[in-house]
Design a protein around this ligand. Sequence first.
Ligand code: ATP
Ligand code: PAU
Ligand code: K
Length: 279
Amino acid sequence: MILDLDIGNTLSKWRLKDADSSEIRSRGAVWTREEWRPGADIPDLDVVEAVRISSVARAAVLNETVGLLRRRVRHVHVARSTAEALGVVNGYEEPERLGVDRWLGALAGYQLAGGCCAVDCGSAITIDFVLPGGQHLGGFIVPGLRLMKESLKLGTRNVAIDPESEADALLEPGRRTVDAVNHGIYMAAVSAINRIYSEVCDQEGVALPMLLTGGDARVVSRGVQVPHAVWPDMVYGGLEARFPLTFAERAGKMSGAPRVPEPVSLEKIRAGLAFSMLL
Ligand SMILES: Nc1ncnc2c1ncn2[C@@H]1O[C@H](COP(=O)(O)OP(=O)(O)OP(=O)(O)O)[C@@H](O)[C@H]1O
Ligand SMILES: CC(C)(CO)[C@@H](O)C(=O)NCCC(=O)O
Ligand SMILES: [K+]
């Protein structure tokens, strides 16, 4: 069994993947805490022969986790942001400073789609761009939905946006605090994504397929006008691409990868941008 770990600022996600059949056997999430005890939080390390880790938590959390795992598991692979990998050139001035979850998302997106716009809707919303030749341009970091809501301190933090609500309903002015806040932060997030996508495609002269991941990907997806695909395992896909262990992975297959969305034409993107400038 392969244990994949995605340690984020809020949640640490894990999944167990069967190395022979490539099936995902189980998955879960635990809060990212100061002291993380993999033995207690993750089922049955005895069946695990390899671990692959993406972590943006404090170094101490990662070091402790790796220390514990190394005692129990033979192969422990920790992903790092590098200047280049799998045909992608990191756009950061200091490549190692790019969040490794973003780097892995960009690698997975590039392996699946070639040039792409990779959006991760987690504690932060990150929007990264990779051109068809593999140049990563860098990206944008916006507070995630929960952080935006908490920062307002209006006592609405425990009332989440209903994931089933229609994007249209979220466009209406709120007539209670909780609706005003939820509709406001939702519009802030989706308008930023729509606008940033259009601006960068316009600047670079290329319409890129968009891929969405993260805890809020599904709800954000409803408001994103650009054709896109939701890929919950995108960061794991980067781990698979970076540290291929199974036969399927060596052949370039990433579990749960969606069909590549067909982007609209550059002309249409530019027309939309020109229209929004007139308003
Ligand atoms: N059970 C949950 N607990 C916490 N957040 C949740 C949960 N389910 C969905 N969410 C949403 O998911 C978001 C966190 O997403 P995700 O799990 O991708 O975060 P993360 O990986 O910790 O973030 P980051 O990668 O930015 O550190 C929160 O903004 C929240 O709205
Ligand atoms: C932005 C987050 C928090 C998103 O998870 C993470 O990728 C991170 O800590 N990045 C380091 C800063 C950067 O990417 O520029
Ligand atoms: K994440």
